[in-house]
Write a protein that binds this ligand. Structure first.
Ligand code: TYD
Ligand code: MG
Length: 461
């Protein structure tokens, strides 16, 4: 009798090899190759799923852009990140560390959306009664609209029901817990995530369902599973925030229907997530009294300007290599700022330990914080307190010049609105109205900044 032909298939990523190997060459996992009869190995998991019988070519002018209909989620922060509402029929992925509030945010959005559309919330992670307890907390036990819950984690059963019923919205909590019985691998393995995401997309697009999928993150913070997931979806939302800090930041790393610059800020309360309409209040310390080393910075996140506080501490060091400890600011950027200060003026930081912190734990990448960081370093090393009604904004060049940054006007106007008296900014065209009480202090070079700080003679005792 002829021997049955077998192959080895990786239970993690579905890689197929004729020979047994200890480690899968595709995903790098050990001992995941299992011997299978070739007849049972699925040949084609990635067939094209949205094709019509004939290829259709349409002239670009004939395609209507009004197809992109948007629906309000009931949360302005979420709508803004998505580019002005949830695009009907879109496939969205939301990811974040455990406990950050992904399920809470999605359930809150589902609750609001269900007032106008029919919603199915699939949670394979929590039981229906657990979700109900959370739901009661979030809704204040008020009745909601068309919201249905399911604990089903079998993809095929879910798709069958979705084919029979008409839902407008589908939430999956999470993609790592649903599985397809058609392919090998445990739920959450690369091959399972791929299969579930692709098949769900197929059903959703055909039925016109808008989908939100929750995805776990790995230890390093990236989205667990294949990169395919991020390529496939229309938007990737990242929910970040240290649960010990009171607030959470929602960012967008991919958006087919808008920009990725916007951020949304929420706080976690006993009744779920609350939106933060005025972020400046969150990123300022409660300390009204000015202390040396503290500088206010105007920043722009997406289209939203706000005020944050940067603190620096410079202390003499006995270490051969003085410490540079930064939180919220890029270490390379700090090295550049100290290098410019050393080269262009008579400050020496090489004998000092430097600690820089952004109050509230926000992580900043924008170059507009160069000037406030330099101001806080100078304030600390000179032991001069900067007035708390002044803020700084500008990028520092290697020649010591302070440069304009995009969105300068929006930031300055917001500073004036928040009641700042002085805004230190590079020479620009921006003029404030008489009604706006703030004064723009032209700071074109690092020398202007040093001179200005030296003239602030509020010395600390
Ligand atoms: P959860 O949304 O389950 O996080 P994730 O799905 O991202 O893992 O919940 C996050 C945390 O928020 C949880 O530890 C409890 C807390 N929480 C509140 O403080 N208030 C609330 O109203 C809810 C629903 C949760
Ligand atoms: Mg959860």
């Amino acid at each position: 009798m002829a021997k049955k032909k077998t192959s080895f298939i990786c239970s993690n990523c579905s890689y197929i090899t004729p020979k047994w190997l200890g480690r899968c060459p595709e995903c790098g996992e050990w001992n995941t190759l299992e011997e299978k009869d070739e007849t049972v190995i699925p040949k084609d998991n990635h067939r094209l799923f949205l094709s019509s019988p004939e290829a259709v070519f349409s002239h670009i002018n004939k395609i209507s852009s009004s197809d992109c209909e948007r629906i309000n989620s009931g949360y302005r922060e979420l709508d803004r990140i998505l580019g002005g509402g949830i695009v009907k029929g879109s496939y969205n992925l939301i990811s974040g560390h455990p406990g950050v509030g992904k399920s809470t945010l999605m359930l809150q959005a589902a609750l609001e959306i269900s007032k106008k559309s029919s919603v199915l919330y699939v949670s394979a992670e929590e039981s229906a009664s657990q979700i109900k307890i959370r739901f009661d907390r979030l809704s204040g036990r008020k009745n909601c609209g068309e919201l249905y819950l399911s604990n089903e984690n079998n993809l095929d059963k879910l798709r069958n029901r979705l084919e029979q019923e008409q839902f407008n919205f589908l939430f999956i909590d999470s993609i790592q817990t649903v599985y397809s019985p058609a392919i090998p691998g445990i739920p959450g393995s690369v091959s399972q995530i791929k299969e579930c995401a692709v098949k769900m997309l197929e059903t959703a697009k055909r039925k016109g369902i808008t989908v939100f999928v929750i995805g776990h993150v790995t230890k390093t913070g990236s989205i667990a599973g294949p990169m395919l997931l991020e390529h496939m979806v229309d938007s990737v939302l990242l929910f970040e925030g240290d649960p010990t800090l009171g607030y959470r930041v929602l960012r967008c790393s991919k958006n087919r229907f808008g920009t990725t610059d916007e951020i949304g800020i929420f706080t976690m309360s006993s009744n779920g997530l609350q939106e933060v309409a005025n972020p400046s209040q969150f990123f300022l310390s409660e300390n009204e009294k000015a202390t040396s080393g503290t500088a206010l910075a105007l920043i722009l996140e997406g289209s939203r300007p706000f005020l944050i506080e940067i603190q620096s501490l410079t202390t003499s060091s006995n270490l051969p290599q003085p410490r540079r400890v930064v939180s919220g600011v890029d270490g390379g950027r700090l090295a550049m700022i100290t290098a410019v200060l050393e080269k262009r003026s008579d400050f020496f930081f090489s004998n000092f330990d430097i600690f820089v912190n952004v109050v509230g734990g926000l992580k900043l990448k924008t170059p507009s914080i160069d000037l406030p960081v330099a101001a806080s370093l100078l304030s600390s090393i000179l032991n001069i307190s900067l007035p708390m009604n002044s803020a700084f904004v500008g990028e520092l060049g290697l020649g010591g010049e302070i440069r304009d940054v995009p969105g300068m006007e929006i930031m300055i106007k917001e500073g004036a609105r928040l009641g700042l008296k002085k805004i230190f900014a590079p020479k620009g065209r921006i003029k404030l109205k008489k009604s706006e009480k703030a004064e723009i202090i032209e700071t074109s070079t690092i020398f202007d900044l040093i001179e200005n700080i030296r003239s602030m003679n509020i010395f600390e005792s």
